[in-house]
Write a protein that binds this ligand. Sequence first.
Ligand SMILES: *[C@@H]1O[C@H](CO)[C@@H](O)[C@H](O)[C@H]1NC(C)=O
Ligand SMILES: *[C@@H]1O[C@H](CO)[C@@H](O)[C@H](O)[C@H]1NC(C)=O
Length: 451
Amino acid sequence: MKLHVTSFLLVTLFYYNICLVGSSGLHEVFTWTRITFVDPDSQFYRPRHAAISNKNRFTYSGGDAVVFPDDVPVSSTSTMPSLDINAEDSNLEYIYENNVPMGANRWKNKLFITIPRRRLGVPSTLNYVPIDKPERHNVPLIPYPDLKTNAVKAPADQEHIVSAYRVAIDACDRLWVADSGVVETLGNQTQLGQQKIVIIDLNTDKIIKTYRFKDSDLTHATVLTMSVVDVTADNCDDAYAYFPDLAGFGLVVYSLKQDDSWRVKHNYFYLEPQAGEFRIGGIPFQWNDGIFSAALTDVLEDGSRDVIFHAMAGTHLYSVSTKILKDKELATRSYHHDDFKVLGDRGRGSQTSASDLHKSSGVLFLAMVNQNAVGCWNTNKPFDPKNFDIVQRNDTTMIYPADLKISGDDIIVLTNTMPVFLYSFLDYDEVNFRVWMNEVKVAVKGTNCDN
Ligand SMILES: *[C@@H]1O[C@H](CO)[C@@H](O)[C@H](O)[C@H]1NC(C)=O
Ligand SMILES: *[C@@H]1O[C@H](CO)[C@@H](O)[C@H](O)[C@H]1NC(C)=O
């Protein structure tokens, strides 16, 4: 057994190092022209391709997440329509043009890739590709934990994941995901299940917990696309998760130990009105996404952490202590006094989707969507635009960094060319989706973020 583990590790390191050894910045590790799927459990699984009939009728408004402000409000208690989606058929329906990956994260030899159901024809929303195999281009996704959990079912029950944007992986080998419960069709969205948290034990591939958000956690506009988990490996039961609500402009806190959740409100969670102009992939547009991402610092002396957060349509960074967020009473008090801090303004054009912090070095990485770049700031240095730097930029290959995660001492970035998908047409014979990686300390070599 020991031998097996060792050789497995060696193989992992071997393949992994091929990509990572080398120069600073980020390296393309996986590339896709279009997304395909395989299901190892079912030799009969062959997604059937369905043609798009009315793509041009689709009107899009909102931001990174599709939001239709004029639609009937969505709430966790809205009645679940019984769709004429036949579970078996829709499960197999596959429209490759509608499969745009939004999230990437890693655990051991799995690279998780999430595809929110923003249109029909997504066979599976939570998936992975093996990282310890040599294949790197157009690797088919494997539904996780299995196809059944990812099947479209109306109404969806607690054991189904309807639509996942991004996943968090915690220090206790658990995967956390916020399921929106929504399937969006062309210009339409249908609530198939409740908005909930799903926690999966990565060692057993079993769902160990589902939690339905309370109505008081949500607004009619709520879109939860990111989860950040606050836990240490020696205290796995006492985990907190933070869910930025980018369209409802709030932050939802969940305590695993208390099995309770609450919604935090603050003006810093809103968009910044003058920072909503974007120009990506040659396409100008306006977005209004508020708080998008929250990065945790290492544990401070008093056992708390700071949460560094920002709006997508914004250029400031803010912070709040987990002492406030974890305490339901403090977190929800109506007057917040100086609980929330302004760290500073990063400057024009610095709009950022995901961000994450490498705890041991203190380097914060920012997925700078308006610059086709990944930026950085070493939080040990003063907040000053001159202490910010670019880790990697490319106007053709880095269009729309949609997710950015620190996994151990590595940085993982997913770029997906999304504005071109939304407002124009992707060429599915070209590489559209990429996962970039590097070791953090190598990635920042030669930048202002290097220690
Ligand atoms: C939206 O989808 C629902 C369920 O499929 C359908 O009943 C409704 O007519 C659709 N609305 C629009 C505007 O297409
Ligand atoms: C961007 O990537 C392309 C393709 O890899 C490469 O040819 C080009 O030199 C890169 N541009 C910059 C500025 O690095």
